[in-house]
Design a protein. Structure first.
Length: 198
């Protein structure tokens, strides 16, 4: 079944390529910068999917309401994410508007979500790399707000996002809501996901 919010015939049998951005290595597993990985891990858990190495990353395929969805965790490190995403997009023959990238966003308050299509790259090297490899900035994004360092926290933003969520920030709830947003976007489209989660 084709997604109701997609028009036209596509060469791809895949409905959506969902990419969670992060960095490999156990030391990064709970970092704010890895929230994209956490969200796709949650989706894989919900649908009982297993990961396999492919496209310089980890890949899992799931069915969501009859839609074929691939989950991808690039293992190229954030700044080279496009190599992995571009390889997967070419393999599945998906257009940029069928690629959803989940990433941390320091310019959104902690806990806020924002689904959108296209837009700037906001100095995010992972997004810049993906745009270069897809040849377009018109891919879907789910921006997951991690906030900025608080008053009295002298860390640079880069150091802040490469540190773990604190216990009071309830990363589990944030990841759960972000995974819910992906399911809504897949089932009902971007407008409904924006109305419900933005």
């Amino acid at each position: 079944m084709r997604l109701p919010w997609r028009r036209g015939d596509r060469a791809s049998s895949l409905d959506l390529l969902v990419v969670g951005l992060g960095n490999p290595g156990r030391e990064h597993a709970r970092d704010r910068h890895n929230v994209g990985w956490m969200v796709v891990d949650e989706l894989a858990r919900r649908y009982g999917a297993s990961w396999k190495g492919k496209f310089s990353g980890q890949l899992a395929e799931i069915r969501v309401d009859g839609h074929r969805v691939a989950l991808l965790k690039p293992e190229t490190y954030m700044n080279e994410s496009g190599r992995s995403v571009g390889g997967a997009a070419r393999f599945y023959k998906v257009e940029p508007d069928a690629v959803l990238v989940i990433h941390d966003e320091i310019d959104l308050d902690h806990g806020r979500l924002q689904a959108r299509r296209g837009g700037g790259l906001a100095g995010h090297n992972g997004l810049r790399s993906i745009a270069a490899h897809l040849g377009s900035q018109e891919f879907l994004r789910l921006r997951v707000g991690v906030g900025r360092p608080g008053r009295g926290d002298a860390r640079a933003p880069a150091d802040y996002v490469l540190s773990p969520f604190t216990p009071d920030q309830d990363a589990e709830d944030l990841v759960t809501r972000a995974a819910d947003a992906v399911e809504t976007l897949d089932a009902e489209g971007l407008d409904r996901a924006q109305a419900k989660f933005n």
